[in-house]
Design a protein around this ligand. Structure first.
Ligand code: NAD
Length: 337
């Protein structure tokens, strides 16, 4: 039975991924520092639900706690590591840059060291669509230029991509980097716009709409996203020169077993259409407080997911209203609204 270490397992995506992998029969160890960036109760409840499932065990510790990370990884001896733990959030990085350097850069370095020492079969790590900045033409492709990040969050993720490439090259460690595009769904993150919008609309409060609504985002349903991630686990980037690679449009490195894969919904949605979809699902109108563009925000994100589909035969395509209904149903039930 394959053993998978998931960092960030009490987080939104880590929780959904662990649930999916446990249902598929994997043994999963979750590692999460339960940081107070948002409501810790939500994280504790996610872990408590996972602990009900056979095959799950967990450690509450920070990535920066090298002694604990090393000990747990050695004891569990994973075949695969999925590294999702991070200080997430674009806006918070304007006021708390140090926590991004520590969690995302130093923390990811500690995970890379563990993966190298244990010679895991595959290390998969979360990056973000934010690395595309305001730069390339859309939809964004993995091979587009990404060396002009607009925020510390994006910069630490880009730096992690670069560090990971050097590990893949020097040690022959197979690494896949995911670039996730705005993920939403049940048990979601209270710091993200869709969560705040539903919360405010249900309670009759106004919502803050930045850049006067002139923003576009590629919204990805979390169930689609974790399906894509689980399908990529056995798709191990080969050493350079291996037969049959790279596939057309591949981001595979010419000098390392290293690949970057976009995971998005391949659709850009105008923010006002997104708000209209929430209004439909919730059954109430939003009171919009129109504001200028926030520093560091990008006007649009839009994923080209051709590579994901070529590698896995799968492409996220959950209809936005159906996905939002799943979130709103969970929200109403969880908060009894
Ligand atoms: N949700 C999205 O829309 C989105 C988009 C792009 C990229 N991502 C990336 O996907 C990954 C998962 O995101 P998420 O939405 O589940 O976020 P999340 O904040 O819900 O989960 C991250 C988890 O990591 C833990 N953590 C943070 N810093 C830690 C540290 N230093 N040591 C140990 N644990 C720590 C937190 O306690 C949290 O439970 C992150 O790497 C994030 O940057 C998410």
């Amino acid at each position: 039975m394959q053993k998978i270490l998931i960092t960030g397992s009490a987080g939104f995506i880590g929780f959904h991924l662990a649930r999916r992998l446990l249902s598929a029969g994997y043994l999963v160890h979750g590692y999460d520092g339960m940081t107070s960036y948002y409501d810790v109760t939500l994280k504790q409840k996610r872990h408590a639900m996972l602990l009900q499932m056979p095959g799950f065990s967990a450690t509450e510790a920070m990535l920066e706690d090298v002694a604990t990370l090393d000990r747990i990884a050695e004891e569990f001896a994973p075949d695969v590591i999925v590294h999702l733990a991070a200080q997430a959030g674009v806006r918070y990085s304007l006021t708390h840059p140090r926590s991004y350097i520590e969690a995302n850069f130093t923390g990811s370095f500690n995970v890379l060291e563990v993966a190298r020492r244990l010679k895991v079969k595959h290390l998969l790590m979360a990056s973000t669509s934010s690395v595309y900045g305001a730069g390339p033409a859309m939809p964004f492709r993995e091979v587009d230029r990404t060396d002009q990040p607009l925020t510390v969050y994006a910069a630490t993720k880009k730096a992690t991509e670069a560090l990971a490439h050097s590990y893949a090259h020097l040690w022959g460690l197979p690494i896949t980097l995911f670039r996730f595009f705005t993920v939403y769904g049940s048990w979601g993150r209270p710091d993200l716009a869709y969560f705040k919008f539903v919360d405010a609309i249900l309670h009759g409060r106004p919502i803050d709409v930045y850049n006067h609504g002139e923003l576009w985002r590629d919204f990805t349903d979390v169930e689609d996203l974790v399906q894509a991630v689980s399908r990529l686990i056995p798709v191990i980037p080969p050493l350079p020169g291996a037969p049959g690679t790279p596939v057309e449009g591949d981001s595979l490195s010419p000098v390392a077993p290293y690949r970057i894969v976009n995971v998005g919904n391949s659709e850009k949605v105008h923010l006002m259409d997104f708000i209209a979809a929430i209004e439909d699902v919730v059954g109430r109108k939003a009171i919009c407080n129109f504001l200028p563009m926030q520093p560091g925000d990008v006007p649009a994100t839009w994923a080209d997911c051709t590579l994901l589909e070529r590698l896995t035969g799968f492409r996220p395509q959950t209809d936005l209203r159906r996905g939002l209904k799943g979130f709103v149903d969970w929200y109403r039930d969880y908060y009894q609204v």
